[in-house]
Design a protein around this ligand. Sequence first.
Ligand code: ADP
Ligand code: MG
Length: 654
Amino acid sequence: MNNNGHQHKEHSCSCCSHEHEQEHEQQHKYAHIGKCDCCHEHEGDDRKKDVVTMAVSLVIAVLAFAFSHISSVLSQVLFLFAYMICGYDVLLSSAKKIVKGKLFDEQFLMSIATIGAFIIGEYAEAIAVMLFYKLGEMLQDSATDKSRQKIEQLISLAPETARILRDGHELSVSPDDIVPGDTVIVRAGERIPVDGISNTDAISLDMTAITGESVPQSIKNGDRIFSGSIVQNGVLSLTATKHYCDSTVANILEMVENAIDKKSKTESFITKFSKIYTPAVVALAVLIAVIPPLFVGNFYEYLHRSLVFLVVSCPCALVLSIPIAYFAGIGACASRGILIKGGNYLDALSKAETAVFDKTGTLTKGSFEVTDIILSEGVSEKQLCDLAGNGEAFSNHPIAISLAKLVSSDVHSVSNQKEISGQGTVCTLDQKTLLCGNKLLMNQNGIYEIFDSEGKTAVHVAYDGKYMGCIVLSDVIKDDSKKAIKELKTLGIKNCIMLTGDKENVAKDIADELGISDWRAELLPSDKAHELEKIKKTCRGNVVFAGDGINDAPVIATADVGVAMGAFGSDAAINAADVVLMKDSLCSLATSVRISKSVRKKVVANIIFILLVKALILIASAAGCDYMWLGVFADIGTALIATANSARILKEKF
Ligand code: ADP
Ligand code: MG
C-alpha cells in the first residue's frame, strides 16, 4: 500500500510556462497547483503588471468602442491592440505548447475561441473573454497562494544555520554539517536543528509547529529531543544523535512534500478525464461549426455557437478546484500535527468504517508502573531489578523503557541483544543468557515453572537457565482514548477493534473500560497482521489501523490506512504509515477523519456544482443565449466559487 515509486514528472508552471527539469524538481513541488517557486518570488510584481495591462486594454477597448461610429478601421485597429495587450501572453504560451505538441489545455481553448471571435467580427466579445479569463486566473492564484502559505509555514520548520561547539569554540554551520556526537547550542527563540539528547535541565520547548500542541514541553537533562521545536527559555545544549537528513524535521518535510506530489484517485481521474475531454470538446466544436451550416443557417452563426461551446466546456474549474481541496486538507492536517502521505489517504480515511487499535502505547500510555515484584528463592529484589533493567536497556518497547529505570548503580555490559517481537528480550550478560519477557518467551526457552501474575502484565526474568522471578506491571489508559473512540463512532466508524499481544484479562479490562466490544489478545505481531487481513475481508468499508509503531510496522502496512502515533524517532513506523500523528493522542485520528470527510464533501459538491452550471450554460447557448463572455464568466465564476469552497477547509474548525 505504501507507494514509494515516486514518479518524476515534468511540471509545467502556469505563469512562466517553464518546463521544469529534474534539477528544478525540488523547487517545483507545487507546480501542479499553479505556480512554481521561481515565479512565486515575482508574484507581487507580476500581479501589479497584470492589473495594469488589463486596465490599459480595457481603456483602449472602450476607446475602440467609442470610435466605432466614426471610423470602423480605426476602431478595429484599437480593438486588435487592446486584445493583443491583454492576451499576448496567453497566445504566446499556447503557441509554445502547440510547437511542443501539447495541445488542449484551457489556454489553448481561450486562444482559439477568442481568435475565432475576432475573425467573425465579435471584437468586444474576444476582449471581454480574455479579460475575464485573466481576472479569474489572478483571483485563483491568490486563493492558491493562501493554501500555499499554510504549507510554507510548515516548511519553515527547518533552521538555516545551527551552532555547534567544537574544541570549546562556537561555530555556525549548516544543519547538514552536524554529525552525531556534536554538541549543538540552541538559544531561546531558535529552532532545534537535529534530534539529540539534552545536556541541559529546565528548558521548555514550544512544539506547536510539529504536534499542533500549544502547551510547552519541559525538558530535563538526558531527555530525547526532536528537531523542529523552538526553545522558549535559556540556552539548550544537546548532543546530536542523528544527522539532519535523518532527523524528525527532515522526515516531516519529506513527507509533506511527497504528499503534495501524490495525487488522490479523484485528482488523477480529473487529470485523465481532461486529457480526453478537451480534445473531444474541440472535435465537437468543429462539428457544430461545420455540419449544421451545410443544411441550415449561416456559417458565422454556427461558428460563433461553436466558439461559445468551446469556452463553456473549458475544464479548468475542475482541474483547479479539486487538487486545492486535497491540498488544503493536507495543510489543515499538517497544522494540527497530523501528517498525511497523500490525497489518496484522505479519500481512504473518509471511507473508513472500521478502526483497529493496538493496545500498548496506542490506547494506553505505555508507561508502566511496577505493582508487584515476585522473587524466586534466594533472589533479592535488587538483583531481579538489575537483571530486568540491564536486559531491557537496549529495547524501545514501552515495557522496556519503563523497566530500564529500575537499574541501580551497577550497569553491566550486555551483548548479543535480541528483541523478540511480542515476547521480550534475550541477551548475554557476563557470558550467561538473560531472558526478560512473557510466559511464551520463558516456555520457548524451556522454562515452564513460573509465577502466575493473575492476569496482569508481567515481565518474567530468567538468567543462566534459572527462573529468577517476575515484575508485575500496570499500564494506564490515556486520558482521551475513551473520548476519541466515542468521537470515531459518531464519525461513522462502525467497528472499533483492539488487537494486543497482552493477556486476555488485561485486554478485557481495557476494552470494557473503553467501550470496545471486539478485542483479540495474546497475538504476536505476525498474528496481528493476519487478524487484520481477516478483518479487512469481513468488514465493509476501509480499515484503519492505529499503532504506536514500536513493533507493529507490518500491521500498519497491511491496513487500508496505516496510522502511526507519537511516532517521533521511530523511522520504521514513519516509513510504514500512511498517516503519522505527531501528538500522542487518538483524538488526532478523529480529527483527521473529520478533515477527510470535509474534503470529500467539498470535492463532491464542487464536481456537481461545476457540471450543473456548465450544463445549464450549454442549454442556454443552444437556446440562443450564446454570449461567449457569459461562458467565460460562468467558467471563471464556477472555478472561483469551487476554489473558495475548497480553501474553506483551511479556515474550518475541526
Ligand atoms: P501490544 O499489542 O499491547 O502493543 P506488544 O505486541 O508490544 O503489545 O507486546 C506483547 C507482549 O509481549 C507484552 O505484553 C509483553 O508481555 C511482551 N513483550 C514484548 N516486548 C517486551 C519487552 N521488551 N520486554 C518484556 N516483555 C515484552
Ligand atoms: Mg504495541
